[in-house]
Design a protein around this ligand. Sequence first.
Ligand code: GLN
Length: 452
Amino acid sequence: AHLERIAAVDGAVHAYLHVAADGARQTAAEIDRKRAAGEQLHALAGVPIAIKDVLVTNDMPSTSGSRILEGWIPPYDATVVRRVREAGLVPLGKTNMDEFAMGSSTEHSAYGPTHNPWDLDRIPGGSGGGSAAAVASYQAPLALGSDTGGSIRQPAHVTGTVGVKPTYGAVSRYGAIALASSLDQIGPVSRTVLDSALLHDVIAGHDPHDSTSLRDEWPSMAEAVRRADVAGLKIGVIKQLDGEGFQPGVLARFHEALALLEKNGAEIVEVSAPSFEYAIAAYYLILPAEASSNLAKFDSVRFGLRVTPPGGGTVEQVMAATREAGFGPEVKRRIILGTYALSAGYYDAYYGSAQKVRTLVQRDFESAFGRVDVLASPTAPTTAFKLGEKLGGDPMSMYLNDIATIPANLAGIPGMSLPAGLADEDGLPVGIQFLAPARADARLYGVGGALE
Ligand code: GLN
């Protein structure tokens, strides 16, 4: 049914970069056989899933939205992909994304943008717009995404879906094509909080292949949804993310959701996070710095594309021609920014200062979580903007959209975005975001489950 749905609507939505129809049918048939034979299967066995193209798969191309990896079929599966296969989920294909996960609209994909199923002239968010749009348009019930500065939560916000960024280290990054290693985290995308919880339980857990993977035993997130209750829960509203710069319809749905939580016994208090003002500036130095280093491996020798200048060339000339042809403008911009910020003489002024701000953001969270159990904010300042609207000369207009999502990545804490209704002025989806202390992912599922 999902393959039929993809055939019917993905021409207009363009959520998928690759559809593995034969593979999906084979896997589904295998699960059916096992079920008929009376084998004990996982609750999600046989359920289709879409996979963001940032995750490597040994049987499908993995481009990370870039020309430089066009046609590359990796020799192994990312740990999360292996885990979903072992649980019997059925991969449908790979979803579209901004190139190397840089962006908030999927317009930076080298393969053309994804369209928001609610209004095809609008962006589906980014970088994981493909995964969110696939789930929102019933082309997949579940998807995997990656969130470095909001790429799971912001697409969820603009498409009326649920997206979760787990605690840093909760889910293995092995086989996730790295953007910024200290910020990247893999997580679930779904239409309900319980669905995300079920997928979260499949993908979380220690992985010896990822040196930052936590050794924690995680409680069941699905259980947390079933026990959902907010009575007595203290919810902090972040002052800096409630008011100026946010669309009235986004704020209206946010406050309605808070009122509902209050009615069900939660206590709402205001908290302040003064360093959030500098979070975007710090993030857009730390991210390009780490990305410029991570992307150095695309050197025309080890992976994917190789462009030889006419008449041949030295190793360096081949490398330069390949990177010139293979990377898009946003990727080049960030490589240049990051290389500059890391260069001797500027390192302390830029990268060093950004790391200090990162510490301040972490302290803001520590002091907030000393007073409240979870924090709440709108997931992003506006509903889905029009395709092309923020593609002009100034990249800052896109970056500013990440104000509410970036702090969680800088601090490594978990975050969830879930639907809060539609904005009055444009009828487009609005998300509410909850944040919890590191390792308290289950708390988010408790609140999300109660609100749903
Ligand atoms: N919009 C952010 C950026 O462009 C988010 C990226 C992400 O989470 N992968 O960096």
